[in-house]
Design a protein. Sequence first.
Length: 127
Amino acid sequence: MSSESIDTATGSETASETGIAVTERAVKEFRHIIQEKGLPEDTAMRLSVKGGGCAGFSYQIDLDRNPADEFDIELKQHDLRVVVDMKSEFYMQGSVIDFNDSLMERGFKFKNPTASGTCGCGSSFSI
């Protein structure tokens, strides 16, 4: 489920229809956070969707040192272990997680093709 491709016209990463992609920029920032906190290099990026937020659902990124269980999907993205529970993966199918580090905006960004709307801050969405 982790197929990932590069759009040759734009050079941007895209996720497969059923997968989730994490860009190199997002992986680099996540690895920086792992190093700052002194965690082991095999710490995973756990992605999840929770009910709430101003648009109905919100994204969550956590540091996870536990192995994936039977309700999780584990992906490898640029040699980073990415774990998402099956329920959240349903809401995030085809999503791309990127990291923006501009003067006006800094943080992880989710591009979710299944979302019908998002809030102004980009951390919550509706279906």
